[in-house]
Structures are given as C-alpha cells and as structure tokens.
Unconditional design. Sequence first.
Lengths: 115, 115
Amino acid sequence: DVKVTQSSRYLVKRTGEKVFLECVQDMDHENMFWYRQDPGLGLRLIYFSYDVKMKEKGDIPEGYSVSREKKERFSLILESASTNQTSMYLCASSPPRDPTNYGYTFGSGTRLTVV
Amino acid sequence: AQTVTQSQPEMSVQEAETVTLSCTYDTSESDYYLFWYKQPPSRQMILVIRQEAYKQQNATENRFSVNFQKAAKSFSLKISDSQLGDAAMYFCAYNGGGTGNQFYFGTGTSLTVIP
C-alpha cells in the first residue's frame, strides 16, 4: 500500500524555536507539497517541489522554508516558530505526468501547536 | 490562483438519505480537473471522485456522483444512501493539469450523518 508518512502526528513547540516537519513517500513521486489547513480557510499551499533540490513558493510561504535533499523526503522548516503558525500541516505527493489521473496522496497530517 | 468556493460550512443528513454538497470555482481554462476529497476524523485525505472538464458525462463512484455544470462553473457532490462512515469534512478541489499539478481547495463542508 502506497504511503506518505509524516513523522509526527502532534507537536508542541515554543515561540522562537526552529521546527522541522518531515514527510517521506515511498511511491517514487517527483512532486511533493506542503499545505496548512485551518478552519474556514481550507488547505493553503506553502511550498512544493518538482524534483530533488527544487522548490517553489506556494500561496503562503512567509515564515517557512523547505528542503528536498532526497526524492522521497520533503521537509518543512519553521525558522522561528510563532503562535500564528499553530495549524494542521499536510504533506502530499503525486507523479509528474498527467498527475490528475491520480490526484494527490496525502499524509495523515501533523497538528502543530506553538505556545 | 484559482478560486474554489464551498458555501456550506456544515451539512447534516439522515442515515440512508441523500445529500448534496455544493462547490463553485473560477477559471479561465477550458481543460481542467475537479475532485472531491473526504477527510474523516482520522485526518487521512481520501479521493472520493474526479471529473475531467472535457467530459460531459457526470462521474459516478458507487453512492457518490457529481453534477458538473461547466458553463456555470459548478461541481456538486451527491451522496446517496448516506452511511455513518460518510461523516467527514469534504473538500472540493481544482487542478489545471500539466506538470504544474497544483491543487486549489475549497474551505470544506463538514458533513454530519444522523442515525
């Protein structure tokens, strides 16, 4: 069964901490994505990557960075966590060509609380 | 960015009855793809159904069907014979296709199934 695995289901961090959210997929997908999900706002794209070492900003990249050193792993980094980054974070992956035949495969999400 | 609108934050349905969730979108493209995703309390996003814009026939997957009105830019989801396991957050999503593969999501509709 194909999988997108997010390393933490729940995470509590302090304001100002550097936070790493890890996502690993075992489907050999080129495309990987990070979204944040907030009530009433739906899913908003933070960053995405088409290939190793490539990254593109999404709609809300401020306060975040990403790293894709290996094809299967896509990390979201909060350089200095703030309370307004308290949210649910979802990772997703998809194949590169005609990806809409498959849609996304999602991870189970990381609920991050910044105190 | 494309806009996807779900105007019903919450809906409820009696078990075994039928419910329709609404979705509208804004695009200037002629070819694109539309999706409905389900997010149960487990948080795992699951693809429910997809529709290619170039197909006039409405997609159907078992108890789930869509009413795709291209001119009106409307894409509603009908759930027949509702079951308790259908209770979840439902997201409508748009994808323009191609290697970009970015999905745009609505704000979601929370569906409650009443026994």
